[in-house]
Design a protein around this ligand. Structure first.
Ligand code: NAD
Length: 461
């Protein structure tokens, strides 16, 4: 039996490895168990990072085909080298994995390679290339989530794939059907459309991007359609079949759709298989998420959980926040997390970013608000860059003027939203944002103008 640890972390995604670092900084002796060779979890290996590498590269390719010439840049013979594109993507992942491995060493976190399984009473068994039995005063489960599918539909790892496979296809499918108009469907649909696929998105609901402010989602649909993505809303997929030539997607009440590949992007589910949760007395809810209290303690003494596996927004930065809050609460008794100010970003072009309440949710809750909107078409920097689509919308309490939500669709929305998140964390009013000088010419001026617009005094509209 290996030495006893103060904390054993199971899962080295953004939740687990960040919790391990913070716990180590606070003086705990930490073990980290991960069954994949690379650290960083879904986010680094087959999620946020590789998808962003492909989004950036495919955007460059599309620009070289469509918009360089109008700016006076003539490129002849620009062509696609998918193998090189994938090599670059993998290089980014490998480099960042090396960074996390280095951070583990620097923070003296002992890494165990293999599958961790709780045995009760602080014992965790590691099976795999480096079998071990560990004992810990506290155990943290940070095992994340896996792609879910639809009843009767099984990804075959080839023509019918999830986001994992769609990050590594060796050639461009002629016709790609994406099932689900959520974040993954639109981001990866965008990658392959830019590379030359005809993309059809089948969505069960009557709208795209559930959870996103409906005005922003409607604008996104309009822009994505203009780019060539096809949407069929209110469409229920009942069966997907693959044969040697491609796939057939059966739809309730309509003709089947044929295509070359299918991407299933209908959500993710908690990853709790073979973790020994029953043995350890850890309870899950009806949807399989681990139940925790405000200090992330599960129903089992000394066993905690954070990140996708406990539900809520399935976002890397939410898991990181929880990892830090967990470690600080454990060691100091105090930890901070504000779920209201956790931003969300969708990396389509233009990007979509949001923090706080949507207009839909304020209406539903009967909260009186004032909305200020400013379009990027009236922003000088956006004009110069040729990114004039979209707008910034700020929602402020009608009585107190406190900012309740900020929604941005436009170039670099994912960077612009940070200002809104900080403002909301500080309890800012729209007047506070409006009074802050923003450099000219920047896209951020659109945020200030939207704040001015709350009080109907935007300057440039
Ligand atoms: P999602 O929940 O965002 O979207 C799934 C979509 O599939 C929904 O619109 C849903 O209505 C639709 N759907 C469900 N069943 C269907 C059916 N039978 N036929 C047609 N459509 C159907 O899920 P996702 O896009 O798979 O993403 C999974 C998780 O990963 C999300 O929580 C997301 O936030 C996270 N993620 C985040 C980012 C980011 O922050 N940029 C990127 C990728 C993934």
């Amino acid at each position: 039996m290996a030495d006893a640890f103060d904390l054993i972390v199971v899962g080295a995604g953004p939740g687990g490895y960040v919790a391990a670092i913070r716990a180590s900084q606070l003086g705990l002796k930490v073990a980290l168990i991960e069954r994949e060779t690379q650290l960083g979890g879904t986010c680094l290996r087959v999620g946020c990072i590789p998808s962003k590498a492909l989004l950036e590269t495919s955007e460059l390719y599309e620009q070289s085909q469509k918009s360089f010439a109008e700016r006076g840049i003539i490129i002849q013979g620009a062509a696609l080298d998918i193998a090189q594109m994938m090599k670059h993507k993998q290089g980014v992942v490998n480099m960042l994995d090396g960074g996390i491995q280095g951070l583990m060493k620097k923070n003296k976190i002992e890494r165990f390679a293999g599958h961790g399984r709780l045995k009760g009473n602080g014992v965790v068994e590691v099976t795999g290339s480096q079998p071990a039995t560990l004992t810990g005063k506290k155990i943290l489960i940070a095992t994340g989530s896996v792609s879910s599918s639809l009843p009767g539909i099984q990804p075959d790892g080839n023509l019918i794939g999830t986001s994992t496979e769609a990050l590594s296809w060796p050639e461009v499918p002629k016709h790609l059907v994406v099932i689900g108009a959520g974040v993954i469907g639109l981001e990866l649909g965008t990658v392959w459309r830019r590379l030359g696929s005809q993309v059809t998105v089948l969505e069960y609901l009557p709208r795209i991007l559930p959870g996103i402010d409906s005005q922003v989602a409607a604008e996104a649909q309009k822009i994505l359609e203009k780019q060539g993505m096809k949407f069929r809303l209110g469409t229920k997929v009942t069966l997907v079949k693959a044969n040697t030539h491609g796939c057939t997607v059966e739809i309730e009440g309509s003709e089947p759709v044929t295509c070359d590949r299918v991407l299933i992007a209908v959500g993710r589910k908690p990853c709790t298989d073979n973790l020994g949760l029953d043995e350890a007395g850890v309870k899950m809810d009806k949807r399989g998420f681990i139940q925790v209290n405000a200090a992330y303690r599960t129903t089992a003494e000394n066993v905690y959980a954070i990140g996708d596996v406990i539900g809520g927004a399935m976002l890397a930065h939410k898991a990181e926040e929880e990892g830090i809050a967990f470690a600080e609460k454990l060691v100091t008794g105090h930890g901070h997390i504000n779920y209201v100010t956790i931003p969300a970003v969708i990396y389509t072009a233009p990007e979509i970013a949001a923090v706080g309440a949507t207009e839909d949710s304020l209406k539903e809750a009967g909260i009186k608000y004032r909305a200020g909107r400013f379009t990027f078409a009236a922003n000088g920097r956006a004009r110069a860059a040729g990114h004039t689509e979209g707008f910034v919308k700020i929602l402020a309490d009608a009585e107190t003027d406190r900012v309740l939500g900020v929604h941005i669709i436009g170039a670099h929305a994912g960077e612009l939203i940070a200002e809104a998140a900080v403002a909301m964390e500080f309890g800012a009013s729209s007047e506070d944002i409006a009074r802050c000088c923003h450099a000219h010419p920047t896209l951020a001026e659109a945020v200030r103008e939207a704040a001015l617009a709350v009080d109907k005094r935007a300057i440039h509209s």
